[in-house]
Ligand binder design. Structure first.
Ligand SMILES: Nc1ncnc2c1ncn2[C@@H]1O[C@H](COP(=O)(O)OP(=O)(O)O)[C@@H](O)[C@H]1O
Ligand SMILES: [Mg+2]
Length: 293
């Protein structure tokens, strides 16, 4: 089944069109990297999918999640809010509420699923507390459950944000540059945690990344945006250094290319082992690309 389907989705701000009739489909259980230079439209695309933005009218554009439409020609569909409960969003800036405990932040993942009055009073059912604690355990933060969010490191806060979408029981995770503010070790941990959730729970993951080496390492497929258009959409192994150079407007020679090792694995997954990500089957791929821009 398709987790996400976009047809002819155009988005403008004032008279500036930032997405030009985008068509794309993501199947349930995929982990897709969304890459492209700053300003290419990655965040706008993610915001349209999760309902934070509305597409332009007049193109008969459509967005559907899990086979049901959320937006049609610039109008939200009746059940779009219900569908959005299944979508968990992770932002670059962690988005935890500083003065609240990590556990309370994680419990907020249940807000879309309990009566509003309960949420307002912080009266979460026992079951939800158990789910939240299990999620914290899964991301390795059980010991920090009662710490204020403001006292956690950036990497811990981002793992907290992942625990929140786990508690939400999201079927689709949209992560918008989730590692852009993190040190390399924390970034690897976040990416391998997302990959593991994708593998173990079959949660569909879309992750926008500026650091494309991480996209190569963890994603099944890459969608590349340039100036609001999809210019590459295919298996990770099919993108070439020339494609990357074109994407970032640089000379291929200025890319720092390293031949793919025979097998790439995340440093150490936080939670048990999982099967290889398939990259070992792609030979000769320049898997580590650092854009010198
Ligand atoms: N709310 C907004 N109002 C006006 N312009 C916007 C808004 N959001 C994004 N843009 C513009 O849309 C383009 C794409 O932005 P964005 O989706 O944030 O790209 P990316 O995430 O790839 O960096 C940029 O030119 C940006 O300035
Ligand atoms: Mg962005």
């Amino acid at each position: 089944m398709s987790a996400i389907a976009l047809k002819r989705v155009r988005k403008s701000f004032g008279d500036k069109t930032v997405l030009h009739g985008v068509d794309l489909e993501v199947r349930e259980g995929e982990m897709v990297g969304l890459i492209g230079a700053s300003g290419s439209g990655k965040s706008t695309l993610i915001r349209l999918i999760c309902g934070l933005e509305r597409m332009d009218r007049g193109t008969e554009g459509r967005i559907a999640l899990f086979g049901r439409e959320t937006q049609k020609d610039g109008r939200f569909c009746e059940h779009s809010e219900v569908l959005r409960r299944d979508v968990g969003v992770i932002f670059q800036q962690f988005n935890l509420i500083n003065r609240l405990s990590l556990l309370t932040n994680v419990l907020a993942g249940r807000l879309g699923r309990i009566p509003r009055w309960r949420g307002t009073l912080g009266l979460f059912p026992q079951d939800d507390r158990v789910k939240a604690l299990q999620a914290l355990e899964r991301v390795g933060l059980i010991a920090q459950a009662h710490q204020r969010a403001s006292t956690l490191s950036g990497g811990q806060q981002q793992r907290g944000a992942i625990a929140r979408v786990l508690t939400q029981q999201a079927r689709l995770i949209l992560a918008d540059e989730p590692i852009a503010s993190l040190d390399p070790a924390s970034a690897r941990l976040i990416m391998s945690t997302l990959r593991e959730i994708n593998r173990q729970d079959r949660t569909t993951v879309i992750v926008s990344l500026h650091q494309i080496d991480h996209a190569f390492e963890h994603c099944d497929r890459l969608i590349a945006l340039k100036d609001g258009r999809v210019i590459h959409n295919g298996p990770t192994g099919a993108i070439t250094p020339d494609d990357i150079a074109d994407l970032y407007g640089v000379e291929a020679g200025s890319l720092d290319l390293v031949k793919a090792p025979s097998k790439i694995g995340p440093s150490r997954p936080p939670l048990g082992a999982y099967p290889g990500n398939g990259l070992d089957r792609q030979d000769g791929l320049a898997a580590r690309l650092a854009v010198n821009a």
